[in-house]
Design a protein around this ligand. Structure first.
Ligand code: G3P
Ligand code: CA
Length: 276
């Protein structure tokens, strides 16, 4: 395969913390994101779903069963019901609690509460360096535009729906659904969008993405079997953000192919491997 000359150098590849520093701390908790920020991640990834009363919360699965002590679909529960659940204790932290433990580990609210997108945006806004946020819309077709509408409304409140004073918005939106990305771009044209891909469908083979997606988000499995897809995407003018890259050999493959961003559950070790 041909590797592009203008590919980012090793230390320029951006590192995106998938569901926070989720290898070490329960995914999608504030603690997981605080750890990712401390680890030096360039960006944070989160999945968002609508609650029964219209709040966007950061939960990956349709149901809360795997990641909390509750049961049921996020869409069937109100925020107050989700707030009464424990989203942290299902996963033993790889870090031991002790006198030297950082506050993200000892703070029970950060460790166990359901995380609203609003709270995560506050973290991004309050961090004293630029940290980007990649928000993935989950099952947007079910909600016929409500997820995207609520998302853009929230970003507007934080002044993150557009580029300001020459600085791009810190937020980009990701989805497996081109329709969801199109809705976002129509409502907020400044926002970058990432089309996620599990496989290379025939219509994407030439590397040109449909609709309004500027960034390609292939799975690492695609790169293992079709490494030539990356130069094709880059020739078509797309950045390439790859998920979910935890294996050191896969990190090397991404560097060699010149991807722009690595989305990983292990931001700290990946940053070290990249020499940062
Ligand atoms: O970053 C994209 C990746 O998160 C998509 O898969 O299932 O982890 O949301 P999933
Ligand atoms: Ca995701």
């Amino acid at each position: 395969y041909a590797v592009q000359d203008e590919r980012p150098s090793r230390d320029r590849v951006r590192v995106v913390a998938h569901r926070g520093a989720s290898a070490d701390v329960a995914e999608h908790t504030l603690a997981a994101y605080r750890k990712a920020v401390e680890d030096g991640a360039d960006a944070l990834e989160c999945d968002v779903r609508l609650t029964a009363d219209g709040h966007l919360v950061c939960v990956h699965d349709r149901r809360v069963n795997r990641t909390s002590n509750g049961r049921g679909a996020v869409a069937g529960l109100e925020l107050a019901q989700l707030a009464s659940l424990d989203f942290g204790s299902w996963k033993a932290s790889a870090l031991s609690e002790g006198d030297e433990a950082p506050d993200w580990l000892t703070d029970p609210v950060a460790r166990t509460s359901v995380l609203t997108l609003e709270r995560l945006l506050e973290l991004v806004a309050d961090t004293d360096r630029r940290v980007e946020l990649a928000v993935e819309t989950k099952h947007p077709t079910r909600w016929a535009g409500q997820v995207e509408a609520r998302l853009v409304e929230l970003l507007r409140r934080f002044g993150m729906d557009r580029n300001r004073a020459g600085e791009p918005s810190p937020v980009r939106v990701m989805s497996f659904s081109p329709r969801s990305l199109r809705r976002v771009r129509l409502a907020a044209p400044d926002l970058e969008t990432v089309l996620l891909m599990q496989y290379v469908s025939p219509r994407l083979r030439d590397g040109r993405l449909p609709g309004m997606a500027g960034i390609a988000g292939p799975s690492i499995r695609i790169l293992r079997s079709h490494p030539d897809f990356v130069p094709r995407l880059r020739r078509a003018g797309h950045e390439v953000h790859v998920w979910t890259v935890d294996d050191p050999a896969d990190v090397e493959l991404c560097v060699e192919l010149g991807v722009d961003a690595i989305i990983t559950n292990r931001p700290g070790p990946v940053l070290s491997q990249l020499g940062r």
